[in-house]
Design a protein around this ligand. Structure first.
Ligand SMILES: Nc1nc2c(c(=O)[nH]1)N[C@H]1C(S)=C(S)[C@@H](COP(=O)(O)OP(=O)(O)OC[C@H]3O[C@@H](n4cnc5c(=O)[nH]c(N)nc54)[C@H](O)[C@@H]3O)O[C@H]1N2
Ligand SMILES: Nc1nc2c(c(=O)[nH]1)N[C@H]1C(S)=C(S)[C@@H](COP(=O)(O)OP(=O)(O)OC[C@H]3O[C@@H](n4cnc5c(=O)[nH]c(N)nc54)[C@H](O)[C@@H]3O)O[C@H]1N2
Ligand code: SF4
Ligand SMILES: [Mo]
Length: 721
């Protein structure tokens, strides 16, 4: 296919909002972004990342040929045949010597549904390994676990964003859409214009919090106590919706008893939020007919993230919100395909259609679609951090597709050391990320505008991305990589590099599952601007297609009895609390002009100019106590290591807390500091809370001034023994 004259309607490569955009060919090759107004979610608006996304298509920014590490220890160009042979023989060799579970696979929530589905199948069928997980574990896994527990089903938003302006009150918990999904802000602006109120819960007064009617700034890691204190007040003030609780839920008595143990004064001591503010939140949330709680990574990336989200869901259930019009609980999923990426089998415990790998009926169904014996499918594997932690010991070879863990994983220096100790690492990526630079083989793959595929947005809306430009010679697709590797591992059938063919198989594999896509086709997606799952195929031939399900739970929840479940939860401390040696709390997050590990956005000049490097946000009182001035180089030290970046002094943060964004490698890598303490249910690491001390960095040799490495690191300089 050549560049066509008409612009191609598609979606942004980055976040879960999946803004619609048009790509128009430009003279001399390539494409530029044009406004696309027919997609209702963003109605043409884009943030800077979406606007500049074509820059990463340029040859200069990306990989255009396979790289293989030679005897001299350096990565050097190779043919596709040689690169694929080398990967297949290394994976097969490891499997023969150490067993199938010595081969690991690590995926990403940015991969299309077709890729994520194929990666899960590749691990279980072509490699026969149980050792697969993905970066979504670091993202929304706590909300997913809590949603499944309470409602029997996890779809981030159980209603479309267009419902937000029609509700009476939104509590945004640990979410900063002004930086992380700017075009979505209009929904909150419109809410307020219509007379609704916005409450933001964030230890920092963010650009989002500045727009709120009420900003609550708890200590990081205390949202669980906060939600319990609010529920306590709801009960004490007689605001429970008894009729709803009786008709639509189970477990209220235990959850009520647990909340009553959390007195407002006790909650004030834990969270730092004054009791009158707690009362104000309860009033604003309970008075309107309709209200919502939306969470994002702030409360979720905690070693108690599942219970924390559970506590917010309990508050919603007690006040009769979920399953009522313009009401309920939702999670703002993060990555481009963060929703679909967690439904179709790249997760350690999962089969397509949001099925469970340990469910015999699910195994039978999916094995039937795959044409394999159900008993040949391995069982559940390790979660993402546990998998990374096992590299070089139990897991000796790794295929990585769609993640850059050397920057983004918790306790990253340790993870980097584990990755370096592998017998063999293959990375498929569009750029030479810091992790790809450590690989034995790097496979350069096509990206969003160069290929067709589906993503599922934060609303649960399945969308079609369309190919708009011809990829450079020397680049192949992820589906091609998996097909070719499977063939070299002796599995000739069942792997296609045609995305529509893969989607047709995914439809059958998902049929009857919670995330049922069987009634969705490429043709429908092209015509309908997306379809909300579940959308099962009608049983009778010739029947009208299922319209999709924008709003869930209106009649029943997804548990067998149709009721939502309260889960009794109680406050507990974070895995690491401040002490004399590490007296401050560190929390982490994002800035608008960089995306995730920065692998893509640090290669875009305009974005780099806007956000050139890491920084440490701290309160003026703390700065004064430490004798720190704006721009001073600071060392932030935790039990796991030390990161250096310039000071940014602001009254917008709590004096007991410092904040760093996580988009950079090098001395400013904040994940050198973060704590891999895991939530017992979701296995989410505690990215948002750990204990640190802050010092002026006396290390004058640093030189880089906190820029933190704009490009990729060089790989190992000597071959592995
Ligand atoms: N520009 C940009 N946009 C992105 C991304 C990106 O990297 N860059 N990534 C995408 C992805 S994958 C994701 S997951 C989303 C994430 O989207 P968000 O969740 O909005 O992003 P974060 O900045 O990680 O965290 C949100 C807020 O949580 C606050 N917070 C920290 N600790 C706590 C706490 O203990 N309690 C509470 N209540 N709040 C706390 C932080 O101060 C921060 O303002 O963004 C998506 N969009
Ligand atoms: N301290 C701290 N750490 C965090 C977080 C935090 O809030 N604080 N947030 C966590 C969260 S929510 C997330 S989602 C993770 C994200 O962290 P990562 O998993 O590192 O995410 P990305 O930087 O998006 O990495 C994606 C990689 O895949 C490549 N890529 C993009 N598209 C494709 C494709 O189609 N195929 C292939 N093969 N490669 C592709 C990109 O170039 C990039 O190198 O970080 C987590 N880490
Ligand atoms: S908000 Fe997200 S989807 Fe929209 S343009 Fe920005 S990065 Fe892309
Ligand atoms: Mo994420």
């Amino acid at each position: 296919m050549q560049n066509t004259a008409a612009p191609t309607p598609t979606h942004c490569p980055y976040c879960a909002l999946q803004c619609g955009m048009n790509l128009a060919p430009v003279e001399g090759g390539g494409v530029e972004v044009r406004e696309r107004t027919d997609f209702p979610v963003n109605r043409g608006a884009l943030c800077g990342k979406g606007r500049t996304a074509p820059a990463v298509l340029d040859r200069g920014a990306r990989l255009t040929e396979p790289l293989v590490r030679g005897a001299d220890g350096e990565l050097a160009p190779a043919s596709w045949e040689d690169a694929l042979d080398r990967v297949a023989s290394a994976l097969a060799g490891t499997r023969a010597e150490h067993g199938a579970d010595a081969v690991g696979v690590f995926g990403g929530g940015g991969l299309t549904n077709e890729k994520a589905y194929t990666l899960g199948k590749f691990a279980r069928v072509a490699l026969g390994t149980s050792q697969i997980d993905y970066n979504g574990r670091f993202c929304m896994s706590s909300a997913a676990a809590a949603g499944t527990r309470a409602f029997g089903l996890d779809r981030g938003l159980p209603f479309p964003l267009e419902d937000v302006p029609r509700t009476g009150c939104v509590i945004l918990v640990g979410s900063n859409p002004a930086e992380t999904m700017p075009p979505s802000l209009r929904y909150f602006t419109e809410l307020r214009e219509r007379g609704g109120t916005l409450i933001v819960v964030d230890p920092r007064r963010t650009r989002t919090a500045e727009q709120a009617d009420l900003h609550i700034a708890p200590r990081p890691g205390t949202d669980l106590a906060l939600a319990l204190g609010l529920l306590h007040l709801v009960v004490a003030e007689g605001r429970v919706d008894e009729e709803y609780v009786a008709a639509r839920t189970t477990g209220w008595e235990e959850a009520r008893a647990a909340a009553m143990a959390h007195w407002p004064e006790y909650v004030e001591r834990i969270t730092g939020v004054p009791v009158p503010q707690l009362r104000e939140v309860v009033r604003m949330f309970c008075e309107p007919e309709a209200a919502m709680v939306l969470t994002a990574r702030g409360p979720e990336q905690q070693s108690k993230g599942t219970d924390t989200v559970g506590a917010w869901i309990n508050l919603c259930l007690a006040t009769g919100r979920p399953g009522r019009p313009y009401s309920g609980y939702g999670c703002l999923t993060g990555q481009g395909n963060g929703q679909g990426g967690r439904e179709h089998g790249q997760k350690a415990d999962q089969l397509p259609g949001y099925r469970k790998l340990d469910d015999p009926e699910a195994r039978r169904h999916v094995a039937g679609v795959w044409g394999v014996d159900p008993d040949s499918l391995p069982g559940p594997g390790r979660s993402a951090y546990e998998l990374l932690d096992a590299l070089g010991t139990d897991v000796r070879a790794l295929l990585l597709m769609g993640s850059n863990p050397v920057v983004s994983a918790p306790r990253a220096a340790h993870v980097e050391e584990r990755i370096r100790s592998l017998d063999f690492l293959a990375v498929a990526d569009v750029v030479l990320s810091e992790t790809a630079a450590l690989a034995d083989v790097v496979l350069p793959v096509t990206q969003w505008a160069e290929e067709t595929g589906t993503t599922t947005s934060l609303e649960g809306r399945v969308l079609l991305r369309r190919r708009a430009v011809t990829p450079p010679d020397g680049v192949r697709g992820d589906l091609y990589v998996m097909r070719e590797l499977a063939a070299r591992l002796g599995v000739e059938k069942g792997f296609s590099d045609d995305p529509e063919e893969v989607f047709e198989e995914l439809r059958r594999a998902s049929a009857g599952g919670l995330a049922d896509y069987s009634g969705i086709t490429y043709r429908r997606l092209a015509a309908e601007n997306g379809v909300f799952w579940p959308a099962p195929e009608p049983r009778e031939a010739g029947a009208a297609p299922h319209p999709g399900t924008p709003r869930l739970f209106l009649d029943r929840f997804a548990h067998p009895d149709g009721r939502a479940r309260f889960v009794p939860v109680a406050h507990r401390a974070s895995a690491e609390e401040p002490d004399e040696e590490y007296p401050l709390l560190l929390t982490t997050g994002r800035v608008v002009s960089q995306y995730q590990s920065g692998a893509q956005t640090r290669r875009v000049a305009e974005l780099n100019a806007a956000a050139p490097g890491p920084f440490v946000e701290l309160h003026p009182r703390l700065a004064e106590r430490l004798g720190v001035a704006e721009g001073d180089r600071l060392a932030v030290v935790s039990r796991r290591g030390r990161a250096v970046a310039p000071a940014r002094i602001t009254g917008a943060i709590r004096p007991d807390t410092v904040f760093m964004p996580f988009h950079w490698y090098g001395e400013g890598r904040v994940n050198t500091l973060t704590n891999p303490a895991l939530d017992p249910v979701s296995r989410m690491p505690e990215f948002k809370t750990c204990a640190v001390r802050v010092e002026r960095s006396s290390d004058a040799a640093g030189g880089a001034g906190g820029a933190g490495g704009a490009g990729a690191v060089s790989g190992r300089t000597s071959p592995r023994p």
